[in-house]
Design a protein around this ligand. Structure first.
Ligand code: PBG
Length: 324
């Protein structure tokens, strides 16, 4: 056979394959979600996220030093709020001495160069378990946006590098940007969860923070997974309103959306490889049905290949070790 093009030439050795690989993962691609709870020397495994833990702040600080030494450069903080501090307005979210605010300070003091992002949404603090303020069974947009803007300023005051609103209320990016400007936080970034879908794959996360909705679902604010064009609309609005980084969430069932968004914007795109996606790989690996390490690298590479510049993932540490 005479062939003028033999595509297998570029696949014949691992050296050649690594030279022509179009997508390469690096630890600095990853954003490490951290779950923090009140207490001392606590390390509590999350039942539906085997190998992932809620840590007390002392252990979190030690973990952040460890993450930095592995080449990881960014953490995304979530706190578990005690039941007795939850209320309709999520006012614990604004407590200058709240667990989130103390955590930001402690982490920035211990590892000043680590980029600290913070979750901005009311669900961990809301007695209704919704991302916004609930009045008469309705998640009320504008009142919620006001609280989220104050929450963002409070995180910025504690030293957060980026606030990451994950709530999907309308107009919150503009309100947060204005509030940051008005309070002279001109170096605080916004990573907007721009195309966040109402997904069944968030289940394990809600176990981790005990933040499942008390009634109903999140379909009146999170996006309908039937939609693609709407993701572009949501994202472009967030860019216009002042987002520095936009996000698509979840990642795996939404690789088409990541690519669509990547093609539409001129700022970095992140994707959230969420808790249910983590749990599925862990479960199959535990059953011996897939090779966990290979599944992690293939999954994260696919997310990056689809257009994500940054990936929030519970596999960050394992992946960094595999890459190193
Ligand atoms: C809520 C929030 C959720 C996640 C991050 N922030 C869950 C939800 O919207 O109900 C999910 C992350 C994950 O599943 O890993 N503001």
């Amino acid at each position: 056979m005479i062939l003028m093009r033999r595509n297998r030439i570029l696949r014949q050795s691992s050296a050649i394959r690594s030279m022509v690989a179009e997508t390469k993962l690096s630890p600095s691609d990853f954003i490490v979600p951290l779950f923090i709870e009140e207490g001392n020397n606590l390390k509590v495994e999350i039942a539906s996220m085997p190998g992932y833990y809620r840590l007390s702040l002392d252990n979190t600080v030690a973990e952040v030093k460890n993450l930095w030494s592995l080449g990881l450069r960014c953490v995304l903080l979530f706190v578990k709020c005690a039941d007795n501090l939850k209320d309709q307005y999520g006012k614990e979210a604004l407590n200058p001495n709240g667990l989130m605010q103390r955590s930001i300070k402690a982490i920035k003091d211990a590892v000043p160069e680590m980029v600290v992002m913070t979750d901005v949404a009311l669900d961990p603090f809301s007695s209704d378990g919704h991302d916004g303020v609930v009045i008469n069974g309705e998640i009320v947009n504008d009142i919620t946006v006001d609280v989220l803007a104050q929450m963002s300023v409070s995180h910025a005051a504690a030293g957060a590098d980026f606030v990451a609103p994950s709530d999907m209320m309308d107009g919150r990016i503009a309100a947060i940007r204005q509030a940051l400007e008005a309070n002279h936080f001109t170096k605080t970034g916004i990573m907007a969860y721009s195309a966040k879908y109402a997904s069944c794959f968030y289940g394990p996360f809600r176990d981790a923070l005990d933040s499942a909705p008390g009634f109903g679902d999140k379909k009146t604010y999170q996006m309908d997974y039937c939609n693609r064009i709407e993701a572009v609309k949501e994202t472009l609005m967030d860019v216009e309103e002042g987002a520095d980084i936009v996000m698509v969430k979840p990642a795996l069932a939404y690789l088409d959306i990541i690519r669509e968004v990547k093609n539409a914007v001129d700022i970095p795109v992140s994707a959230y490889n969420i808790s249910g996606e983590y749990a599925m790989i862990k479960a199959a690996a535990k059953m011996g049905w897939i090779d966990e390490n290979k599944a992690i690298l293939e999954t994260l590479t696919a997310i990056k290949r689809s257009g994500a510049d940054l990936i929030a993932t519970y596999f960050a540490k394992e992946a960094a070790m595999l890459i190193n």
